[in-house]
Design a protein around this ligand. Structure first.
Ligand code: TXA
Ligand code: MG
Length: 325
């Protein structure tokens, strides 16, 4: 496995169908040639990802998208022009150039232009889009540093392009149209308010993170439960109410911006002392990882952050990470 900061080194690897990690402003992606069915299959395999969960395609410019789509509705184009490059993914009708495996058989394909300099240079030097889900084993916390990828997927991929820590820290917001109405399918790095400022009122849908649920196939509660999850049980709620049920010497605490009484300071992490949701998003996955790794922690108790702006995306990840009762 090659670990490098030079995109030129990974170009030939991607060109011959190999897969590896690339930095984006949201999280690291596990990338391969989206037009090459074998490369796409390798991505699913390395992540252990079920084939019903489609991949996002990454390109360097809006012009490239026209090659692979049938249409780019005006309202989505307006969002693209305002927020790309950036943490926004748009669902567009695909043509037949992209293998069906990329979209898990859907007639829509997810596209985004990431805002990370090295990766944009890489994308602009390639003549194909990069399919890239987050570079974590399926169900585990997404990686926001090259080291996170190396720890978990290092032996399954050809390279890691190290672009430093991710600036946004949670995944992109996924937006699409249904009968001309705008829907948000996943909250993320562009806030709901930023979207509705351009589109007007929005609709929300059960996230397509688990499209099999939408299609009415048998649900997979086990998979659902473990999405974005640490290995240790994470409980989300009012920390003071949960505390009496645990041995305070064995828990880790994750708060927005405060300390909790009755738990050692060193087992408490705050997402943002300043109360800054941007900082909280950047630190979220890293803090979960840290508590997950600590040997003196068996359970994680966490609380929600304020639910506006990036807070909606953060709370969504916390909820998915949490044990459901
Ligand atoms: O920020 C991000 O979006 C990161 C970076 C690497 O770009 N990528 C990412 O990919 O989060 P992933 O695979 O972890 O999440 C992709 C999700 C799928 O689970 C699904 O919910 C949605 O995007 N998706 C992708 N293609 C879709 C499609 N054709 N139709 C509906 N949903 C789709
Ligand atoms: Mg993911």
């Amino acid at each position: 496995m090659i670990l490098t900061r030079q995109f030129e080194e990974v170009l030939p690897l991607l060109q011959r169908g190999e897969i590896g990690a690339i930095p984006t402003e949201t999280v690291y992606g596990l990338a391969g040639n989206a037009l090459n069915g074998e490369a796409v299959a390798k991505i699913f395999e390395a992540k252990n990802r079920p084939h019903f969960d489609p991949l996002i395609c990454h390109v360097g410019s809006i012009e490239q998208i026209a090659k692979y789509t049938l249409d780019f509705p005006d309202i989505l184009k307006k969002l693209a022009e305002k927020y790309w490059p950036g943490p926004l993914t748009l669902l567009l009708p695909k043509n037949s150039l992209l293998p069906d495996l990329v979209t898990s058989g859907s007639s829509l394909v997810a596209f985004r232009i990431p805002a990370h300099e090295i990766t944009r240079k890489l994308l602009n030097a390639l003549d194909f889009p990069l399919a890239a889900p987050s570079a974590n084993p399926f169900g585990y916390i997404s990686p926001t540093r090259a080291e996170h990828v190396a720890e978990q997927l290092g032996d399954r991929i050809s390279f890691i392009l190290d672009g430093g820590p991710c600036a946004v820290g949670i995944e992109s917001t996924i937006v699409g149209l249904e009968e001309d109405e705008v829907f948000i399918y996943r909250q993320g790095g562009i806030s709901q308010e930023q979207i509705s400022a351009l589109t007007g009122p929005l609709n929300q849908k059960l996230s397509l993170e688990h499209p099999e649920l939408l299609r009415g196939a048998p649900s997979s509660p086990g998979l659902l439960k473990s999405h974005y999850a640490p290995r240790k049980p994470l409980y989300l709620g009012q920390i003071e109410k949960m505390l009496p049920h645990f041995d305070p010497r064995r828990i880790g605490v994750l708060t927005y911006r405060r300390l909790v009484k009755g738990v050692d300071r060193e087992r408490q992490l705050m997402l943002s002392i300043q109360g800054d949701l941007r900082e909280a998003a950047t630190r979220l996955f890293e803090c979960m990882r840290e508590l997950d790794k600590r040997e003196d922690v068996d359970f994680i108790l966490a609380e929600k952050v304020p639910s506006f702006g990036l807070g909606l995306g953060i709370n969504d990840r916390l909820q998915r990470a949490a044990v459901k009762d």
